[in-house]
Design a protein around this ligand. Structure first.
Ligand code: SDX
Length: 431
């Protein structure tokens, strides 16, 4: 628990309430308003929760002004460069970097859970071929509740642990099979001799008639993309997972809810929307037209991949992603990729424009990721599923933390009611 370091006094409607102030390890202090309604009869009002801490957490910390992202205290830049995704999964789940033996055991446990129950293939086949892979993932992950009954009892720590390993292990298989189904190719099973990102790439791109030799550079780039997307404090989809979990729903149902929330273009769907925007811009000379639209209050168009609720500086993930885009496209011999050139010029122009500078709008994690994924051979519809499979470890780590939090209770926000006061029913003949 953050320590109480001061008191805040609120005087309203003739009442004065003293509220404890907590000081966390880093970041802003928090005013504990839990007794506000009981003692003063008023609510706080904070649509979008821009000034509200929903929980205490030890997992991830973002300094939005400095553009810093820490997983369990380690900076995302160091982890992206020196670590790898499954090691980051261990760190997020258990709080410390594993020693060699712990890492080997964890990787073996994940590897041994990558297969799906064979009967689950029926769920994929129930969708239309042109279903968005995110729709398939929401459905299939939710259906896991109906298959893995030995890891749905949230009161059993061992079942929580198994559910976490299963989710991390099976998401690449589910995402790959959603992709294969959408292009009419047979499902490719995971292989235990491949590392996590290589297994995913092979399940996406191998066919029975010809195997897929994983390019280690692409595997490393995919691994880095997964690390960059692994967790991000109490973002919309993580808050969805926590809220669903607060009712006691099983972990598969909670992750399914998180996938549904991530799908939105203002959140994880922005990587797909961003690449589609870059394609619509098409050439560098059309950038001013779109910058003008992004600034026009009467035009709903926004620069996808720009702006962030918390970062008011560069998203550190975007920096790493940009470097990775240069590296991957260079190695693939497509460094003159028009989309990448448009992205770089759009970033340059926007960052010199008063509108973006004054509103502190910088490229976020979604601005460059799609360019790399497209170069790897993924359709835009697979961008958000890859975000979802990467974020699963964050969701499940936050879910586990919430379940173990003695302060947690079912989430139930209040409202400011501005609708009709009570009124008598009127029969239809008198209306
Ligand atoms: C992710 O929360 C997380 O951590 C999310 C995430 C994660 O890892 O989980 O980081 C992943 O979701 C990244 C964000 C991806 N979304 C996009 O790239 C979509 C485009 N971005 C915007 O929709 C917007 O920036 C948000 C949704 C990301 C943030 O919106 P906020 O914090 O609610 O800010 P806002 O909408 O109140 O905007 C503040 C001002 C507004 O202008 P004013 O009303 O003050 O005049 O900035 C403007 C907005 O109109 N603005 C933009 C803009 N983003 C904000 N104008 C043009 N283009 C944009 N992209």
């Amino acid at each position: 628990m953050a320590e109480t370091t001061a008191k805040a006094t609120l005087s309203i409607h003739g009442k004065t309430v003293e509220l404890p102030v907590y000081s966390p390890k880093v970041g802003p202090d928090g005013v504990d308003i839990r007794k506000l309604y009981a003692e003063a009869g008023v609510f706080t009002y904070d649509p979008g929760f821009t000034s509200t801490a929903s929980c205490e957490s030890t997992i991830t910390y973002i300094d939005g002004d400095a553009g810093v992202l820490l997983y369990r205290g380690y900076s995302i830049d160091e982890l992206a460069e020196k670590s790898h995704f499954l090691e980051v999964c261990y760190l997020l789940l258990y709080g410390e970097l594993p020693n060699a033996e712990q890492l080997e055991d964890f990787e073996l446990r994940v590897t041994r859970h990558t297969m799906l129950h064979e009967q689950m293939q029926g769920f994929f086949r129930g969708f239309r071929r042109d279903a968005h892979p995110m729709a398939v993932m929401v459905g299939v992950v939710g259906a896991m509740s109906a298959f893995y009954h030995d890891s749905t009892d949230i009161s059993d720590p061992w079942q929580r642990e198994v559910a976490a390993i299963r989710m991390i292990a099976k998401m690449p298989t589910i995402a790959a099979w959603a992709y294969k189904y959408s292009i009419g190719q047979p499902f490719v099973y995971p292989r235990n001799d491949l590392d996590y990102p290589s297994n995913f790439l092979r399940m996406c791109f191998a066919v029975p008639a010809e195997d897929y030799e994983v390019n280690p550079i692409l595997a490393r780039a995919m691994d880095r993309i997964m690390t960059l997307h692994a967790d991000h404090e109490q973002n919309a989809s993580t808050s969805t997972v926590r809220l669903a979990g607060s009712s006691g729903a099983n972990p598969f149902a909670c992750i399914s809810a998180g996938i549904a929330c991530l799908w939105g273009p203002a959140h994880g769907g922005a990587n797909q929307a961003c690449l589609e925007m870059l394609r619509e811009i098409g050439t560098v000379d059309r950038i001013p037209e779109f910058i003008k639209r992004a600034k026009d209050k009467d035009d709903p168009f926004r620069l996808m991949g720009f702006g962030h609720r918390v970062y008011k500086n560069f998203d550190p993930r975007a920096k790493v992603m940009k470097e990775s885009a240069d590296e991957v496209l260079g190695l693939l011999g497509v460094e003159d990729n028009e989309t990448l050139q448009v992205a770089k010029e759009l970033e340059r122009i926007a960052l010199e424009d008063e509108y973006f500078v004054s509103k502190k709008l910088y490229p976020n994690v979604d601005f460059y990721s799609g360019i790399i994924l497209e170069a790897m051979g993924f359709p835009t519809s697979m961008f958000t599923p890859i975000f979802a499979l990467s974020r699963t470890v964050g969701w499940i780590s936050q879910w586990k933390e919430m379940i173990a939090d003695p302060n947690q209770k079912i989430g139930r926000p209040r409202q400011l009611y501005i609708g009709a006061p009570q009124r008598p029913y009127v029969e239809v003949e008198h209306r």
